[in-house]
Write a protein that binds this ligand. Structure first.
Ligand code: FES
Length: 136
């Protein structure tokens, strides 16, 4: 016999799943809103200052950091505009048509893309301890 005030195990897990998805959506929105600032016609993206050395894809940018410098490129492929989402070693791979780019220079290594990835302006903000990347 079912008691009207009891919640079944299935309902409980279903409810917890829905709450988890809602919490993740709120968290994602607050993080993405915090990391992007509109400054005039430009969009500024904040990247943590202590980002690891090597090549990282984050916030639509490719960050190539070594001990001496940081270079930032747009993750938008110069062939047809797909977002590059994969890095293997030093090579960036576009998922759409297979173009490959050097992660340190943005130069194409394999077509169909033939133009370099767009290099973005970046500066270190000592106040926030973040890299500020400017996208036009
Ligand atoms: S959009 Fe990247 S290879 Fe075509």
């Amino acid at each position: 016999m079912n008691t009207p005030n009891k919640i079944s195990r299935k309902s409980f897990f279903s409810m917890m799943g829905s709450l988890s998805i809602a919490a993740l959506a709120v968290l994602w929105y607050s993080i993405s809103a915090r990391n992007k600032v509109v400054n005039g016609n430009n969009k500024e993206i904040l990247i943590p200052g202590d980002i690891a050395t090597g090549i990282t894809i984050m916030e639509g940018c490719i960050i190539a950091k070594n001990e001496k410098s940081v270079k930032v490129f747009s993750a938008q492929c110069t062939h047809a505009g797909c977002m590059i989402t994969r890095v293997e070693g030093d090579i960036l791979k576009c998922p759409c048509h297979g173009s490959e780019f050097d992660g340190w220079s943005g130069r194409p290594l394999k077509g169909p893309a033939y133009r370099n990835l767009e290099q973005l302006a970046s500066r270190f903000d000592t106040k926030s301890g973040s890299w500020i990347i400017t996208q036009k």
